[in-house]
Write a protein that binds this ligand. Structure first.
Ligand SMILES: Cc1cc2nc3c(=O)[nH]c(=O)nc-3n(C[C@H](O)[C@H](O)[C@H](O)COP(=O)(O)O)c2cc1C
Length: 195
């Protein structure tokens, strides 16, 4: 079974970046892949602010990340970077939390000027958490995202195609990593008994 989680890093509600995750959820659900969602703004603010590693809510979120094969991280661009509240959450993940997982970063922004925030700001943190399989990521402009009163999300055709292609690459990547891990586990020789 493939386990995918998504981390929504916006402090706002409603949120365009979360709407993109909703869209991703629909695409992956149609492939038979459900997504569990961690909405950082719903975690206790004090636990995030004071880095409370013992928080029950934080531990639950950590456990979701731990069992995932793939993680989608969506954030709005704030001041040319990802949000502070997302950083507060990522700071509470244990070392190596993304090791062996495939990561798809998504950012939404008001301007194309900060297109590289994914590469310069978010990816170094993802790498520090042990990720070795990180997709290029998708950057969406606000003008390309339309949220409707019924909760549905409409994306501009070009970005919709790009997001879908990235989601399919993400799913393929997860399968490849799982196959590789399985092959490695079969190759590993039995441990020799201690003398
Ligand atoms: C405090 C703040 C800072 C922002 N800084 C930037 C920025 O530096 N570059 C940019 O392109 N957009 C910036 N924006 C616009 C948001 O990134 C954009 O509207 C995003 O889609 C909002 O996503 P959300 O609805 O999920 O919070 C900023 C918005 C806010 C509220």
């Amino acid at each position: 079974m493939t386990i995918i989680i998504a981390i929504a890093g916006s402090p706002s509600h409603p949120s365009r970046s979360s709407a993109v995750l909703e869209y991703a959820k629909t695409v992956l659900a149609s492939e038979g892949l459900p997504i569990d969602l961690i909405t950082v703004r719903d975690l206790p603010a004090e636990d995030l602010l004071f880095a409370n590693f013992d928080s029950v809510a934080i531990r639950k979120a950590q456990a979701l990340v731990e069992k995932a094969d793939g993680v989608i991280i969506a954030t709005p661009v704030y001041k040319a970077s990802y949000t502070g509240v997302l950083k507060s959450f990522l700071d509470l993940l244990p070392p190596g939390a993304f090791s062996g997982k495939v990561i798809l970063p998504i950012a939404t922004g008001g301007t194309l000027a900060h297109l590289l925030a994914i590469d310069y700001a978010l990816k170094p943190v993802i790498a520090t958490l042990g990720a070795r399989y990180v997709l290029g990521g998708v950057y969406l402009l606000d003008t390309q995202i339309q949220t409707n009163p019924d909760g549905s999300v409409h994306l501009e055709a070009e970005i919709e195609q790009r997001l879908k292609a990235s989601l399919y690459d993400f799913v393929d990547g997860i399968q490849q990593v799982k196959n590789h891990q399985l092959a490695q586990s079969k190759k590993e020789p039995a441990l020799a008994p201690l003398e």
